[in-house]
Write a protein that binds this ligand. Structure first.
Ligand code: ZN
Length: 127
């Protein structure tokens, strides 16, 4: 299952970040999934839970940001929104649409719980 290797890729990013920033618990992981990326969200969620087991992200919530597919219609000369590769152009119904966006999956950010939190500027006065 290809979603399993995607989840493993997410875990590697999380572990690199954990080593770099020194957090020990991840609360939330935001992942952007393009509609043309060929990722099955249900399978990704399942794989995520399996892969994050016994990691810093064991109890993390996976938040998936669904981004629309973008295409360029050669007939209209216009950028259009498409929901699948090889979709017809929503404007003219033509099939000469080249996918230009929404083909990737990437980790946007992590919400983490640090054991030793950074001092914050909000709240108490500075002195
Ligand atoms: Zn068109």
């Amino acid at each position: 299952m290809h979603e399993m290797s995607l989840a493993e890729g997410i875990l590697r990013i999380i572990e690199d970040q954990a080593a770099e920033r020194g957090f020990d618990r991840v609360l939330r992981v935001r992942v952007e999934v393009g509609r043309l990326a060929g990722v099955e969200v249900a399978a990704l969620r399942f794989s995520f839970d399996a892969v994050m087991n016994n990691s810093v992200a064991e109890s993390a919530v996976l938040e998936i940001i669904d981004t629309p597919g973008q295409g360029w219609c050669l007939d209209c000369g216009t950028s259009v929104e498409i929901s699948a590769l090889y979709d017809a152009c929503p404007l003219c119904g033509g099939y000469r649409v080249q996918a230009t966006g929404g083909m990737d999956m990437r980790v946007l950010d992590l919400e983490v719980d640090t054991a030793d939190p950074q001092p914050s500027n909000s709240g108490a006065p500075a002195r």
